[in-house]
Design a protein around this ligand. Structure first.
Ligand code: HEM
Length: 474
């Protein structure tokens, strides 16, 4: 039996410089280049931890389908333990009964299609607020990145808490900082025996302090919501969880701390992912004006008889859906999927992977595999028209939401926001670059584990269709 190849040289990376984003030393595109030499299953020795990086659809299928139960574990992470109440959230909790119960709650109650639909009026109002705000700036520069991010936060905030709570701004800013800090703490997981690292970097106490602030704010929000539940009808993800908590049928009782941990996933997962995809889709359409024109023709055909965009017609936007898929193919928000861990020694493609090995799937690389995608670097939404390939985990060459048991449970929630927002941006406005020249459009990615634009997308909106004057959405 072969053991996993350990490429020489490049992996003897000294741990130097900033401890922030060590993964920045190993960006997804660099890993893909290395995979061309070392094959689609590479063994990296990052500190004390062994990590396997998977870069082909076939091996991804083995990890996320054939041996999914073996690889459905998440590795223990010091930062996640502090941030997520002992890793009792959905993303980082270990594979087992408690996590399965959370997934069941997600699919049946929290993020079911019916639940997502029930928040339609929130989405429609917040997207309309966005386009109304943009309308007041027509002809001048608009920082679309900022505006879209604040819209997705508002949608997630109101969906989660029911209405705007007074501490929402601070809450969002703390969640953002928490997520960034946890990312930077991967270094501790690479050197688990070097506890002194926690002390000299000062990261751990900083994270604990931030976590205490989060705990106070979310604690107050929960107390307020509990009071309201008896008095008025509340439809929010938090109220759903608080109601589920009282069900006798729960095998693993849900504590308030567990709910606080899950709230972090909803905010972290729901906000930045959708806004990053919207930004990239707009950027790609500006780079490819023929795609922008085709998408605008489609939204005009679908919405012009009504005179405004609403969710019920989104199903008809076949081309826009292809644009969104193509955007997620080239710019998956998590180019390297959340790490998994091998629960028992397992043979993959003839190599023995020992129990306890961390496994990272390079979703960015598989979506550019030339064996599966013709002209893979080209932004070409037509490739998805009349194609059965979707992002629901059945096609391992396209896994922006992951696949298998750990697949993202928020697909419907995320996609509908992206579709509605893009449809409106395209229906109500034409878009110009500040200097009118697409050659100067910056398309670089920021460094880090999350794929977002390096610079904010600043554009000039030009009126295209009038916004509804008084809307029945209000
Ligand atoms: C719209 C863009 C989104 C993208 C691209 C995305 C992507 C992902 C990916 C790649 C994973 C890891 C899958 C794996 O390990 O195989 C994941 C997990 C997860 N996502 Fe999302 N996500 C999105 C939106 C959301 C939303 C809106 C929510 C919740 C409201 C959410 C909640 C979660 C949770 C709870 C997990 C952990 C699942 C588990 O470990 O069992 N995501 N997401």
């Amino acid at each position: 039996m072969k053991t996993v190849k350990l490429p020489p040289g490049p992996w003897k990376l000294p741990v130097i410089g900033s401890l922030h984003h060590l993964i920045g030393f190993l960006p997804h595109h660099r890993l893909r280049e290395l995979a061309k030499n070392y094959g689609p299953l590479m063994h990296l020795k990052l500190g004390e931890a062994s990590t396997i990086v998977v870069s082909s659809p076939e091996v991804a299928k083995d990890v996320m389908k054939t041996f999914d139960t073996i690889f459905a574990q998440r590795p223990h992470q010091v930062g996640a333990d502090i941030m997520c109440y002992g890793s009792t959230d959905i993303v980082t909790s270990p594979y087992g009964g408690y996590w399965k119960q959370l997934r069941r709650i997600c699919s049946q109650e929290l993020l079911s299609i019916a639940r997502v639909r029930s928040f339609r009026s929130i989405r429609e109002k917040e997207v309309l607020n966005l386009v109304r705000n943009i309308e007041t700036n027509v002809g001048s520069f608009v920082n679309l990145s900022e505006k879209v991010a604040s819209m997705t936060s508002a949608i997630v905030g109101r969906t989660t808490f029911g209405e705007k709570c007074k501490d929402q701004k601070e809450f969002i800013s703390i969640v953002k900082k928490l997520v960034e800090m946890v990312e930077s703490m991967v270094i501790f997981d690479m050197f688990p025996s070097h506890k002194w690292l926690h002390v000299i970097t000062g990261q751990k106490p900083k994270l604990e302090e931030l976590h205490r602030k989060y705990d106070v704010i979310i604690g107050n929000i929960i107390t307020e919501t509990e009071k309201k539940i008896g008095e008025v009808e509340v439809n929010s993800l938090l109220s759903v969880l608080l109601n589920v908590r009282n069900q006798d049928s729960l095998e693993y009782p849900l504590t308030i701390d567990n709910i606080k941990a899950v709230m972090l996933n909803i905010f972290g997962g729901g906000t930045y992912t959708s806004s990053a995809i919207i930004e990239w889709a707009m950027s790609e359409m500006l780079e490819n004006p023929e795609v922008m024109a085709k998408s605008q023709e489609e939204v005009t055909r679908v919405f012009s008889s009504k005179g405004y965009c609403s969710e019920e017609s989104l199903e008809e936007l076949k081309y826009l859906k292809a644009v969104i898929k193509e955007t997620m193919r080239l710019h998956p928000p998590f180019p390297l999927l959340h790490p998994r861990e091998c629960r028992e020694t397992c043979e993959v493609k003839g190599y023995m992977i020992p129990a306890g090995t961390q496994v990272i799937v390079n979703a960015w690389a598989v979506a550019r595999d030339p064996e599966y995608w013709s002209d893979p670097e080209k932004f070409y939404p037509e490739r998805f028209m009349d194609s059965p390939i979707d992002y629901k985990g059945n096609h391992h060459e396209f896994i922006p939401f992951g696949a298998g048991r750990r697949i993202c449970p928020g697909i419907s929630f995320g996609v509908i926001t992206i579709e509605l927002c893009l449809a409106q941006l395209l229906y109500y406005f034409n878009w110009k670059l500040p200097n009118g020249n697409k050659e100067n459009l910056e398309m670089a990615e920021a460094l880090g584990a999350f794929s977002k634009r390096k610079t904010d997308l600043v554009l000039v909106p030009i009126p295209r269709n009038p916004l509804p004057i008084s809307s029945n959405l209000n």
